[in-house]
Write a protein that binds this ligand. Sequence first.
Ligand code: TYM
Length: 331
Amino acid sequence: KETVVSGIRPTGKLHLGNYFGAVTNFVKMQHDYNCYFFIADLHSLTTHPTPADLHGYVRHVLVEYLACGINPEESTIYIQSDVPEVAELYLYLNMNAYMGELERSTSFKDKVRSQPDNVNAGLLTYPTLMAADILIHKATKVPVGKDQEQHLEMTRTFGNRFNRLYNSETFPEAFAFSYSENLVKVPGLDGKGKMGKSEGDANCIYLSDSPEIIRKKVSKAVTDGGPTEENQQKPEAIENLFNLMKIVSPADTVNHFDEQYNKCAIRYGDFKKQLAEDMIIFNTPIREKIEEIAKDTSYLRQVARHGALKARESAQKTIKEVRSLIGFTSF
Ligand code: TYM
């Protein structure tokens, strides 16, 4: 069986972007592959969370993984910081990762723009930590959304470079994976771009949002004055809402509003109401499970411990091999 690795940063609750970009693939893949799904708490340190926030969000993501249907008997679910071998491999990979290529990464350039007061070394070396996550289990498939594609390319570069340097075949190449034809990019509600935690709460629909909150957020989603000509191309904000509807609503609902749009007869109020109701239908069973699982701390503890043991077993095998290739052999 091929090995699969993916993770999510515990920087907030999971939203529809995380679900349709990543988690829905996790749930399907676990039947067919050897899967490792983790909570990327080391990665989230780049933004200096308080210990209480960090702990709370790690717990949240763990609950949400389980509520979405990741089965801890089938997949290995773990917290990144429980596997120190990842940090060790990160150190080795950093020795062969160059300033120029790290600075060219789009996610780094975005961060330099969005948090100019906190351009730390962890941000610069974010792609080597991510490569360590993937290479530590020798994964070949990585279910992620479109925004992570470049990181996967860098992971292949670092893995191949290590192999060449030590004349070995330690690391296989890993590729971004989605069951859908293309990698997914779920738009947000602000009319501009992807759904994301850093784009603000109003822009995201969280899996744990109540029906009232969903109705309120969707009713405030950015639209425009409406189409002025028949069959005109949709501006980005409207296209985004249609794309969200394609994700949660049946095809005939989407077609109905599409026809209305093309005939200049669409009423955005009705369109948004339908979108909100279909989001509620989708998220209600998950939200109810989140609430139920969140109560069971001893179960969560057991899942995290069991996952850490399994993940470390695999990670230690790789680290042993890597140490010996590097020349850290005993006298
Ligand atoms: P993160 O925490 O930003 O997002 C987690 C996953 O959700 C996907 N995603 C989206 N997909 C589609 N549309 C969206 N609007 C959207 N927003 C988020 C992301 O593509 C991702 O799959 N660097 C990673 C975490 C990570 C990782 C790894 C992933 C660390 N190590 C190793 C895979 C393998 C990140 O920041 O994801």
